[in-house]
Design a protein around this ligand. Structure first.
Ligand SMILES: [Zn+2]
Length: 182
């Protein structure tokens, strides 16, 4: 998101350095009231869902093509990451988590996000939220990782299961985004 005006006093923001950064780094600041747009990354929760012995991936209704991916969602105020991933998985799939463990923390700089990735074991009957169009179960040997963010989480988890991860090539990735392949 691009900020043009100060949310406190509506003055146009400018790239300015300040003493608190040692004067070294320019940030979007308000020259009138001193407001700083820090632009810190946003925490996002991601779940590698183990369901009936396979991995559940889902396709977002807003995505073009046939991209299936991990369940993700923004962390909310007043919850722990563990509570957040339980909530997201319940909201998106209606499944209940019976076990969870942290896979790792990953940067996703293109979206200015930090991804907190969990492996979860889930049970129940899948009922997708309206945000999701479809879901599929994959065996470990069928999973491919995209070379960014959640893909690195999936890759690390596969390694922890003794499998060398396979990544989509840039060409495959581009084709998937255009909906030509999956
Ligand atoms: Zn201002």
């Amino acid at each position: 998101m691009t900020w043009n005006f100060c949310p406190q006093c509506a003055t146009p923001l400018k790239m300015l350095s300040a003493e608190e950064d040692g004067g070294l780094k320019e940030r979007l600041r308000c020259p009138a009231c001193g407001f700083t747009h820090w632009n810190n990354p946003t925490p996002v929760l991601a779940a590698i869902i183990e369901y009936r012995g396979q991995v559940l991936l889902a396709r977002n209704a807003a995505w073009p093509g046939k991209m299936f991916a991990l369940i993700t969602g923004f962390m909310e105020a007043g919850e722990t990451p563990q509570d957040g991933i339980r909530r997201e998985v319940k909201e998106e799939t209606d499944l209940d988590i019976t076990a969870l463990d942290l896979v790792g923390i990953y940067d996703f700089q293109r979206m200015n996000q930090v991804i907190i990735a969990y492996h979860v074991v889930a049970e129940g009957q899948v009922r997708l939220s309206p945000e999701l169009a479809d879901w599929r179960l994959y065996g470990l040997h069928q999973l491919k990782c995209w070379p960014a963010g959640t893909g690195y989480a999936l890759a690390d988890w596969l390694r922890s299961r003794g499998r060398e991860p396979v990544f989509f090539t840039p060409e495959e990735n581009a084709a998937r985004r255009r909906g030509l392949a999956h």
